[in-house]
Design a protein around this ligand. Structure first.
Ligand SMILES: Nc1nc2c(c(CN[C@H]3C=C[C@H](O)[C@@H]3O)cn2[C@@H]2O[C@H](COP(=O)(O)O)[C@@H](O)[C@H]2O)c(=O)[nH]1
Length: 365
């Protein structure tokens, strides 16, 4: 059997094990994330959704999104996001979403990992974006994938400097982040001419196709787990990469996808917290107690998977309720998700009371 035949054989086995089914080249690509989320919701006993609060939330979310004229343009308006509509932003987004995970800290706000940039101290997701912007200002080609595999230039010391903190705490999972960069740089060089835009072109304007390609070719994007004996896919960073491209390029050029509405909510640790604040997501008392005691939940634990899967399904139900209120609303799971994340951060900054988000340490989100 030739290498190519072996690859197809392996890919078919992988597809069958993921329940994606044989590759029918004519069928449009599907990620199975939403289907898997519904399976998790249907089989969850520790996390539930409250339909009354979902209907109420639909009214308030729609009203606030319309008031803010919330759209893809909000993405580039964030102070630290790049505004250029060119390949440098494609590389920027890929770099960010390769590393867009696990910023939460057991330390106090003053001691946690932080990056000061443009006169402001950034934490969480924004600390990552600030670190990358700072590196680019310092002429370090941190968004160039060939740099990631150049062991002479891109040493661990250089990367420690890129992600240096304004506090004693270093960025969480530093070693895992270095591994993601090196692995992705290798795969991009071997399979995509060291070019993220080649990777995007290969997906032929399919959002689901691009998500599936990332999951198949890059182990560090393969965000899946076993729930009740079934493999389920969340693909959070693969999906948010596609969504960030779509938003940054406002649905044009590198952000032009013919099936963008197949992208679901991104199963992270911040939006479930917001869904709980809205009364949409409900936790059983033992789980709620664990969260309120700031105890960690192991990756792959049923509680973690129920929180992630039910959150994806909750945003889908929220989306449906919003469209019942206003059938022509320019709203999809991506924009609802982005809005809920930004709202959660605004409420956190305003010290509005909220249940602590769940604490799972992993590279998936
Ligand atoms: N579901 C969802 N998860 C998101 C984001 C973002 C930022 N997206 C920007 C782009 C457009 C939006 O308007 C945002 O401005 C980060 N995260 C995740 O949250 C966690 C970080 O939380 P904290 O430590 O509090 O910053 C971590 O898992 C990270 O991967 C999002 O949008 N949706």
């Amino acid at each position: 059997m030739s290498d190519d035949e072996v690859d197809h054989e392996l890919l078919d086995l992988l597809r069958k094990s993921l329940g994606i089914g044989p590759a029918d080249p004519s069928a449009p690509p599907e990620t199975k994330v939403l289907q898997n989320a519904q399976y998790i919701y249907d089989n969850s006993v520790d996390v539930a959704l409250d339909m009354r609060h979902t209907k109420l939330a639909a009214i308030s979310v729609l009203e606030e999104m319309q008031k803010r004229e919330y759209s893809t343009t909000a993405w580039a308006k964030h102070q630290l996001h790049p505004e250029a509509k060119d390949e440098s932003t494609v590389r920027f987004i890929f770099t960010v979403d390769l590393l867009n995970f696990s910023f939460w800290s057991e330390k106090s706000d003053d001691e946690r990992y932080a990056v000061t940039y443009r006169g402001k101290k950034w934490t969480g997701y924004w600390s990552l974006v600030a670190a990358i912007q700072r590196a680019l200002d310092e002429e370090i080609p941190i968004t160039d994938s060939d740099f990631w595999i150049n062991e002479e230039e891109c040493t661990d010391e250089v990367l420690r400097s890129v992600f240096r903190s304004d506090t004693e705490a270093e960025i969480p999972m530093f070693e895992e982040r270095v591994k993601c960069l090196r692995e992705a740089g290798q795969i991009l060089q071997e399979e995509f001419d060291s070019s993220v835009s080649t990777l995007i072109d290969d997906a032929k304007n399919s959002a689901a196709g691009l998500v599936n390609m990332l999951a198949e070719r890059f182990p560090c994007f393969r965000d899946e787990a076993k729930f009740e004996r079934k493999m389920v896919r969340f693909l959070k960073r693969a999906q948010i990469f596609v969504a960030d491209l779509w938003a940054a390029f406002e649905g044009e050029a590198y952000g032009s996808f013919n099936d963008i509405d197949k992208i679901t909510m991104f199963a992270d640790y911040r939006v479930p917290q917001m869904l709980h604040s809205l009364g949409v997501l409900v936790y059983c008392p033992p789980l709620e107690g664990k969260l309120r005691r700031f105890e960690t939940i192991e990756p792959g634990h049923s509680w973690e998977l129920q929180i992630r899967g039910c959150s994806i399904w909750a945003v889908e139900l929220l989306r449906r309720e919003i469209l019942k209120l206003q059938p022509d609303a320019e709203v999809n799971a991506i924009l609802i998700d982005f809005f809920l994340y930004d709202l959660a951060k605004e409420r956190e900054a305003a010290e509005v009371e909220a249940i602590p988000h769940h604490r799972t340490r992993s590279i998936w989100y």
